[in-house]
Design a protein around this ligand. Structure first.
Ligand code: GUN
Length: 279
């Protein structure tokens, strides 16, 4: 089974669109601010995709582009201004930031009520206690895709490969909240293949093109590929060697068209939620 992230994403975005109309009727105009520091091309593309997605569901977005050499102070001042702006419901600072800026300091400066990325320690803490308001964008998108396969998570062996703050760690928390038996693995894990081979549900967020082959996958397992890499021909590809895995797994996400569209969909949901709760 091919898990169509575009289709699931479109379905959810249709719902969001309706809810945006309803909120507007109540006088609240949901608005996301996107901040980009520097000229990294990939980040530029991600930010443009976020803007486009907002427009498609009728949501307002404001873009703030700072040059590569912008100071930490300038960025913190902008965040302070956006925190105070009653017309702004969500603030997203595109990561990674240039090296001279302290990423954690910037994340902690965002009002937790506007932290639609769910990166602020307050929201991370709430996620870990199972009382979160916002959902972490990519992991929450993955949960929707697992749901789409009809797979019950409760009691299942779930293996997450990668331990980043953006994907791996919050992913583990969501799977745990859904009563999965969760293992988090990483680059120092011994015998990764046999750990992965135990899993009913596999989440790969490694960042290595076509790293995963059939030796990592139990027949029938659900395979979610969070990777966004370029292959030897500069073509977009995931962490999973799709051709070698597709016939033995039970379900798999393609790259592109799997997890990618879902991340932005959660971002829209979070912005809507922020507008509804705090707008
Ligand atoms: N860079 C890569 N993924 C993300 C994300 O989900 N949010 C932000 N702010 N930056 C990112």
């Amino acid at each position: 089974m091919l898990i169509d992230g575009k289709k699931v994403s479109m379905r959810i975005r249709e719902e969001i669109k309706k809810e945006v109309v309803e909120l507007k009727e109540k006088g609240i105009n949901p608005c996301l601010s996107v901040v980009l520091v520097g000229s990294d091309m990939a980040s530029r593309t991600y930010v443009n995709n976020k803007k486009k997605a907002c427009a498609e569901v009728g949501m307002l977005s404001k873009e703030f582009l700072l040059p590569d050499e912008a100071s930490e102070e300038e960025l913190l001042e902008l965040i302070d201004r956006l925190n105070k702006d009653k017309e702004v419901h969500g603030i997203l600072v595109q990561l990674p930031l240039p090296k001279h800026i302290d990423e954690m300091k910037v994340i902690e400066a965002i009002d937790p009520k506007k932290d639609v990325d769910c990166f602020h320690p307050y929201n991370v803490g709430r996620l870990y206690t199972g009382s979160g308001i916002f959902a972490p964008c990519t992991p929450a998108g993955v949960m929707e895709l697992i749901k789409e396969t009809g797979t019950e998570i409760e009691g299942k062996e779930c293996v997450v490969v990668g331990r980043s703050n953006i994907v791996g760690k919050p992913m583990a928390m969501l799977l745990l909240a859904a009563n999965g038996t969760v293992t988090v693995t990483h680059s120092r894990t011994k015998d990764l293949k046999s750990v992965c081979k135990r899993a009913d549900i596999l989440i790969f967020a490694i960042g290595k093109a076509k790293f995963v082959n059939e030796e990592y996958v139990k027949p029938g397992a659900v395979v979610i590929d969070v990777g966004m890499n370029r292959d030897e021909n500069n073509k977009l590809c995931g962490d999973v060697d799709f051709e070698r895995v597709k016939d033995i797994c039970g379900a798999i996400t393609p790259v592109p068209g799997g997890v990618g569209p879902m991340t932005i969909t959660t971002l829209l949901s979070n912005t809507l939620l922020a507008a509804r709760m705090f707008g």
